[in-house]
Design a protein around this ligand. Structure first.
Ligand code: ADP
Ligand code: MG
Length: 438
């Protein structure tokens, strides 16, 4: 039933897009200007992601099997598939109306109304799939059916389902997030590139932690942690507020003292190294709550991330960060405090990248962001992963973190209670009940 997980993940992304369109429609009605580039990026995303890929997957693989196994599926699927067929035509008409609005021939309010009709039908379509079609599929499809369907959905070389296609969708989503108004997106005028790169795969053990303890006064916040991270892995660290995620990351980067245990990094015991030496060795952290230096310019914030690095490489590295996050380049001379929350998060990640990390520690990068940006942050993490970066991702947003992680650890009051691959943990009943609200 992996296919259903893929479909649900698609739905979550589409729902975020629908919610974003609704917000922008509200803003248009209260007089804000229509940005054709932003809407074009949304329509492109819908066309490539939903019409050409998501619907095709369902129409070619899932729905035919469902029709064979269930009489009652016919009525539901007739409606859903009629909507699939109409999708491209509706999108064409929205593009037309966008052009007319931009040319002043159609009022903002009328365009906003057309957008709302569209998002309502999109949401209703997703609801019917989630509430009717998918439960039915779970009930009636056989193990053999699933084997066939899942094979198609999980083929990573497939031009429609594979990693390359996914990287292209991420790029399109990135454009949407970049062009969205600053209240809900990055608010840049130009979208940068999240280059997919070539994943190098998982290598030897890079970090290995054993018996790690850390205290605040007499309170033990970490009670003997054992875990490891291999080169090229993305490891999620999930757990409720207060579980000890931040303490663990800070203990790794050396800004929080440890009281027992050992940390080995790249074959060396670094337990006694100061934090700046650990950073020089390549352990770089994007802290919880971003912690950018508000009065300093964006450029100076980025330079601080490179203070352990040779001066000669800083300008080039900064350009690399700017190519990922063009909004930072546009505002490079402004105080970081003037950035929106999402922009500050990108700055915090960019600052960590300036230290040329071998191990990147990300502490709750999605905290407090608008839904569109939550997804965008995870896309950034995916891109870094695809470039071969080794990452520890601490998140309360357990589902999204586990969905992109190779492996994960569940932390509860200073103790690791579960570990496994990202997918194992997502399917684990205990994890679903405690962290995924399912
Ligand atoms: N500066 C501090 N002083 C005292 N206790 C702290 C401090 N920071 C965190 N704690 C405690 O340590 C535990 C772990 O916190 P933290 O690492 O921030 O968890 P998480 O990041 O998972 O939310 C919590 O019980 C928290 O109250
Ligand atoms: Mg924390």
């Amino acid at each position: 039933m992996e296919a259903l997980r893929v479909i649900s993940e698609d739905h979550r992304n589409l729902w975020r897009i629908a919610a974003t369109i609704d917000i922008v429609a509200d803003e248009m009605e209260s007089g804000s200007k229509v940005d054709p580039a932003f809407f074009t990026s949304i329509f492109d995303y819908i066309e490539h992601f939903m019409d050409a890929c998501h619907h095709t997957k369902e129409d070619d693989y899932l729905f035919p099997a469902l029709r064979l196994r269930s009489e009652e599926a016919g009525a539901i699927l007739d409606r859903l598939q009629a909507e699939h067929r109409n999708g491209p035509e509706i999108l064409k008409s929205l593009r037309q109306q966008l052009a007319e609005t931009a040319a002043g021939k159609l009022g903002n309010a009328e365009f906003a109304a057309a957008l709302r009709t569209y998002t309502q039908s999109l949401k209703s379509h997703i609801r019917t799939e989630e509430k009717d079609a998918m439960p039915l599929a779970r009930e009636v499809l056989t193990a053999d059916d699933w084997a066939d369907i899942d094979r198609a959905f999980l083929d990573s070389d497939d031009p429609m389902f594979g990693e390359k296609a996914n990287a292209e969708f991420r790029e399109l989503f990135h454009r949407v997030a970049s062009l969205a108004p600053e209240s809900i997106g990055l608010g840049a005028q130009s979208a940068g590139e999240l280059q997919p790169g070539a994943a190098k795969g998982v290598g030897e053990v890079l970090l290995s932690v054993s018996g790690l303890e850390s205290c605040y006064g007499r309170i033990k916040a970490l009670k003997g942690i054992d875990f490891e991270v291999r080169r090229g892995e993305t490891v999620a660290l999930v757990g409720a507020n207060g579980a000890g995620k931040t303490t663990l990351l800070r203990t790794l980067s050396g800004v929080q003292p440890m009281s027992a245990g050992s940390i080995r990094f790249a074959g060396e015991d670094i337990s006694k190294l100061r934090s700046d030496m650990r950073m020089r060795n390549g352990i770089c952290q994007s802290p919880e709550g971003r912690q950018v230096f508000g009065p300093l310019s964006i450029e100076d914030n980025l330079r601080l991330g490179a203070y352990t690095q040779p001066k000669g490489q800083v300008a080039d590295d900064m350009e690399k960060v700017f190519s990922m996050f063009p909004i930072l380049k546009e505002k490079r001379n402004l105080p970081a405090g003037t950035l929106s929350g999402g922009q500050q998060q990108m700055l915090a990640i960019g600052r960590a990248l300036m230290g040329r990390p071998k191990l990147l520690l990300l502490d709750e990068p999605s905290m407090g962001l608008a839904p569109l940006l939550v997804q965008e942050v995870f896309n950034v993490v995916r891109t870094l992963k695809a470039q071969g970066m080794t990452i520890i991702l601490a998140e309360q947003n357990a589902f999204a973190a586990l969905a992109i992680a190779d492996r994960g650890y569940v932390l509860e009051t200073g103790t690791i209670t579960l570990s496994g691959t990202g997918q194992e943990l997502i399917s684990n009943e205990q994890v679903r009940a405690a962290y995924l609200g399912m």
